[in-house]
Structure formats: structure tokens, C-alpha cells
Design a protein around this ligand. Sequence first.
Ligand SMILES: C[S@@+](CC[C@H](N)C(=O)[O-])C[C@H]1O[C@@H](n2cnc3c(N)ncnc32)[C@H](O)[C@@H]1O
Length: 331
Amino acid sequence: MGSITDTDTIHKKRTYHTTGSAYSLPNDNVEHQRLEIQHALFIGLMGGRIIHAPLTPAVSKAIDIGCGTGSVTHAIASAHPSTTVYGIDLSAVPARMRTKLPNLSYIQGDFNELASQENPDPRFTPKSFDYAFSRMLIYGITNWQAYVDRAVSLVKPGGWIEMQEADYHWYRVPRSESELPPSETFASHDLSMKELQARSHLSEAYLCESQWQHTMSSLLRAKSLNPHAGSALASHMAAAGLTDIRIRRYISPSGVWPGLTREAAAFGNYVGKQTPLMYVPTIRKLGEETGWDSGVVEEAVQYLEKEFEGEDAEEYRLWFWVYVVCGRKPE
Ligand SMILES: C[S@@+](CC[C@H](N)C(=O)[O-])C[C@H]1O[C@@H](n2cnc3c(N)ncnc32)[C@H](O)[C@@H]1O
């Protein structure tokens, strides 16, 4: 596991997009590898599937917004060879990572500009898509309602929107084996809108925000990002007029503990090791961008390092939920 010095060195060599977007994660090879591994782990976690919306073979045009390395874009295009598929990203999608498909095009740019109401790119005219997908834009979207509205405006009546987002409400598994939560506490599950709003699921008893998590969420808010984007998706979709809203959530563990499925344990093992490597530079970058007191930022970094690299490091057992929310545009 990297020490604070390693993460410092890595941070200095990283590259980022150069647009005016709020997005603050890197866009280099290291990040591409992380996204690829995360994609494979997500497929395991989600029972072998990526897409949850009930798409029919008749889908003629689909879009993956913030497509990263194009992992999902490529999967949609190869599963639907007669569908025209676009992947949009602020940064160039790495070439030669996958075979080129004739029905798939990547476009570099900011979705907010390419699909603006006033002057949309001709490929993104309103009501021209059957399906709009996005995953893990939590570090890039500063106005979720406007973003969902924009995605909805692209879709034809009867078409589907699917968004998959993290939600930084953190949960902690007690260290004592006798206090281990029953496994249904962290099993993936469907939720109704009412259940989502009531926050009465078993897992709520384990909600616990540590100092570094609190600082990270505050830093995201200071940039107008929403650390709780995942749990807000369904209400944004409802406000955008979508019907048949389906909500499912999956565990995103950092660490491994008894009761996790094999796939969730594989996820937790990888993410546990990645957590300091990813969040330490991110907290520092968010701190610089928002002009926060560096003492407060470094205190959060120290808490994080202690949790993942200190004497008790093997004990970390944290999770948050990743929400998968689909909605249909009324006919
Ligand atoms: C964490 S990555 C996730 C990539 C991919 N969706 C996945 O799940 O593997 C977020 C991606 O969204 C892109 N992004 C963020 N804001 C964007 C925007 N406004 N327009 C286009 N792309 C954006 C970033 O450049 C980055 O590649």
C-alpha cells in the first residue's frame, strides 16, 4: 500500500482535463486503468449486467455521457449493432483500447455545451435518442436537475434514461465479530421512492461519517458538486417528468468482511487499496480549487492515511451505496 510520500509523488505526475468543467479527477493512463478495473468489478457486483433499463432491439440511437474509457459505450454498441451509439467525454477516449465498431463514435467535449438547449450540436437535437446512460459523474455535475433535464430532453417519448451514481453517505461495519450486521444489511436491493425517502433500511443503523469523509463531502459541496448525487437521482428524474422510475442500489465496499458476496469482496479488496491513492490527491486538489484552509485539508488527509495505512489499517470496513436509477419518458 502506498505511503503519504508515494501518493504525493503520484499526484504531481497526474494529468487533468483542461476545460472549464468542475470535474476534478485525472484523465491519464493510471486513471484509465482504474476505470477499466472498476468497470469489470461493477459487472461482477451487478450480477453480470451493466444496463438495467429494459431496452428493446429497436433502439436506434443511444448515448453514454461522460464515457471515460468507453467501456460501457462499447458494450452498448456491440450488444446493439444496428444502433448508432455516441460516447461523450471531456477528455479523449483512449484509442486502441478496444476494437473500433462501425456504429460507435466518440466525441470530445462538455455534454452541457454539446447538448445545450440554445445551440445543440446537430447530433444532439432534442428527442432524437432512445436511450441515455451515464455512470459516475459525481465529481463533474454541479447542477443535477439541469443535467437530468438536459439528458431527458435528448430522449424521444417512450425512451429510457439510466444513471448510475455513488452516494457518499458512508456506513461502517463494527469491528467486533459479534456485532457484524446480517448480510442483508449490505446486499443489493430495489427500493421504492417511498422507501428511499423514509431511509428506514437496515443499513441506516451503520451510518457513520468520519472526519475525512465529512471534509471530502464539504469540499465537494464547496464546488457545487453533490456528494449525495446517487440518492437524489430518482427525485430529479421525477421532477423531469419521467415515469416508471426504477431504483436499485449496490454496495461499494472499501475493505472485506464476512457476509459479502464473492464479487463484493473482490470489489472491496481492490477499492480498499485504491482509497488512499484516489482520495488523498482528490482531497488536496479540491482543497486547492476551493481555497480551503490547508491545515483542515491536511488534517483530513492524515485521518484518511491513518485509517487505511496506520496500525489498524486491516480493520477498515466501510461502504456506500451506488444507485442505479432508470426512468422512461412518457409517450
Ligand atoms: C469517473 S469517470 C467515469 C467514466 C465512465 N462513465 C465509467 O463509469 O467508467 C467520469 C467521466 O466523466 C467525464 N465528464 C465529467 N463531466 C463531464 C461533462 N460535463 N461532459 C462530458 N464528460 C464529462 C470525465 O471526463 C470522466 O471521464
